[in-house]
Design a protein around this ligand. Structure first.
Ligand SMILES: Cc1ncc(COP(=O)(O)O)c(C=O)c1O
Length: 390
């Protein structure tokens, strides 16, 4: 399928696609490779920052921890949301100040909390009493924000259920934090990754504004609201452009949380997805019988080598081939490993050229987020997804 670029829909600009395309077209690749355009990351940072205004951008490192991306974002003035000791160490090594890094995972190893505290990290997330005890013991006096559970998400990749706590628990945890000598500064949440339209945030913000007001009425001088990620990337369905989207979210936030002195936003996908393209190759096109209506297209990359977010066919990547002018037909797409779960799209088949054949190059657009880090190490002997930053 040929991509039509329409920046007003929040799709990648022709310029950045050209730079990536020029690089990719001039090279051969002997394994699946993610190519990232750093200038595109900068442009996206600026676009989001323009919309987010006074909010601090804490880039969610988990989306893509390439050193070059972290270094570029440090230069641009970004802050960082780190999920682990490893991500904190990476950000520090690339020049981020400890005060600009939050330890945002609600599930932390006690020794990692102690290590982070020794490195100067002072802001931690929690959604449970046991976690607060760990933080109090290993990061005495640190600031904490309590993560609220998002019950209903309209995101394509929801993060509900596993993270956060409900209203009563959240208000209790603010008290517990205080009693443990911590500094409870506010709340965090995540509307769910790939929330395509800003308007989809409204129901969540409405509920949390009520909890925020109750906590303040109960005597908690909340000052920090961490609105998490959720900023979308273009995967074929219409999304709002980044500045417009971020500004709409901020308008809703400002109207509901007027006392929030610090607003943190943690874009991951929305920062880096559109900066990357994966160059892959068709390994096999086949049918299971002479009568089989279904064509199977096997790529050299699959569920276990970078495309984990095809789980449940939730994230639908855009494929581009050199034969896109030819007649198309539906196919089931699968990866190369000897695991029958390694099927990318079957329930909703993908339309690809009927002339597609082994050895053809396939570009997978807007794959700069949640691909390289989801790639397994040596499963079936395949190397992890190669990453090139230009
Ligand atoms: C705490 C936290 N913040 C931010 C993000 C980034 O979310 P997104 O990629 O949707 O922007 C995540 C993703 O899992 C997260 O867990």
């Amino acid at each position: 399928m040929t991509m039509h670029y329409a920046p007003e829909l929040g799709q990648p600009s022709a310029d950045s696609a050209t730079r990536l395309d020029a690089y990719v077209a001039s090279r051969t690749f002997d394994k699946p490779t993610l190519v990232i355009d750093l200038d595109r990351v900068s442009a996206q940072y600026r676009a989001l920052k323009t919309g987010l205004g006074r909010a601090d951008i804490h880039y969610a490192v988990k989306a893509n921890p390439a050193r070059e991306i972290i270094a570029r974002l440090v230069d641009l003035g970004a802050h960082f949301d780190a999920a682990s000791r490893g991500e904190i160490a990476l950000c520090l090594a690339e020049g981020a100040a400890p005060a600009e890094i939050s330890f945002g995972n609600t599930i932390k190893r006690a020794s990692d909390i102690a290590w982070a505290y020794a490195e100067g990290i002072r802001l931690f997330a929690a959604d449970a009493e046991e976690e607060l005890v760990k933080i109090a013991e290993n990061a005495p006096g640190a600031s904490v924000y309590i993560r609220l559970i998002v019950e209903v998400s309209q995101a394509d990749w929801p993060l509900s259920r596993k993270f956060g706590c409900d209203r009563d628990m959240a208000i209790k945890l603010l008290d517990v934090a205080k009693s443990l000598g911590l500094n409870p500064v506010g709340f965090s949440f995540h509307v769910g990754s790939q929330t395509r339209q800003a308007a989809m945030w409204a129901p969540t913000l409405d509920v949390f504004a009520g909890i925020w007001a109750e906590a303040r009425a109960a005597g908690h001088d909340l000052s920090v609201l961490n609105i998490g990620g959720g900023f979308p990337a273009f995967y074929g369905e219409e999304i709002q452009a980044p500045t417009e989207y971020a500004a709409a979210v901020m308008d809703m936030v400002e109207a509901r949380f007027p006392e929030a002195r610090t607003i943190m936003a943690e874009p991951g996908r929305g920062m880096v997805a559109e900066a990357g393209v994966i160059v892959s190759e068709v390994l096999l096109v086949s049918r299971k019988s002479e009568r089989d209506l279904h064509r199977w297209v096997y790529l050299d990359i699959g569920r276990f080598s970078g495309l984990a977010e095809t789980e449940g066919e939730a994230i639908r990547y855009q494929f581009e081939t050199t034969r896109d002018a030819d007649q198309h037909g539906p196919c089931i797409m699968a990866g190369p490993s000897c695991d029958s779960a390694d099927v990318l799209y079957e329930k909703r088949p993908v339309s690809l050229p009927l002339s597609l054949t082994a050895g053809d190059r396939v570009l997978i657009r807007n794959t700069g987020a949640y691909t390289s880090t989801y790639s397994s190490v040596w499963f079936n002997g395949f190397p992890p997804l190669a990453v090139v930053v230009i």
